[in-house]
Design a binder for this molecule. Sequence first.
Ligand code: CAA
Length: 261
Amino acid sequence: AAAPEMVKFEAVGASKNVALITLNRPKALNALCNQLMTELRDLLQRLDADKSIGAIVITGSERAFAAGADIKEMKDREFSSTYSSRFLEDWCAVSDVNKPVIAAVNGFALGGGCELALMCDIIYAGDKAQFGQPEINIGTIPGAGGTQRWARVAGKSVAMEVCLTGERMGAQEAKEVGIVSKVFPAAECVPAAIKLGEKIAAQSPLIVQMCKEGVNRAFETTLREGLHVERRLFHATFATVDRKEGMRAFAEKRKPQWKAE
Ligand code: CAA
């Protein structure tokens, strides 16, 4: 495949085990056109299979994480082809990554850009970050999870306000409503996300994936079913080498040596 043009990738952190993906379409504020999303999807699939990578950070520029789906590419679309090509369904590839994915958001995270951040497992924001679902202003609605993920994370009232007004929300408020876990001065957001990635990548990659699967269930099912799945995943850790090693290392007062088995 040709080298990607709209997404940049670099292995970062002291052990080079964190993948830093930078959305790189500055002229359009990282609007998520087909090419960019195809490149991002291919890169994520490759990194998910790469044993040297333990966590993934997605970021944009200081000005824009991403300003949404590409409106110029969408403006002449018709219902029939949009429906039959299942437009936007392939964006699910981002939330289907097994490894932990952290969004480091500076500047605009609007429309599909906000939805992309919400597909990630953890969101860190720079203090100038702006979140929003402005689709209503252009006669459409969020199509990549905005109505659903805002509602589940921030609750109905906040979700309705964000989606029905299209108004933007600053980083601090996004933290207050639970969309964002931490806010940093803009320049420190990406380094902090990389540090977080390193911390997670130092754990057993196998157990990290099982834990992520467990938390994700909380968004997809009833509490009873979710608790059942969590217990089964917990039981399954007892079949792993790393669970034995982790508990043994604790008892022997030493650091565990993870085998990803
Ligand atoms: N699609 C295509 N191009 C975009 C874009 C988008 N979503 N957002 C910005 N751009 C382009 C602009 O057209 C402009 O290009 P030109 O220089 O060729 O004119 C360039 O990026 C810079 O943008 P602005 O000049 O508008 O910059 P600004 O600082 O004045 O405004 C902004 C920034 C407030 C983010 C403004 O660009 C904006 O409102 N963008 C659109 C945001 C939006 O509506 N997003 C939702 C898209 S729909 C969607 O995402 C559907 C879904 O659920 C998946």
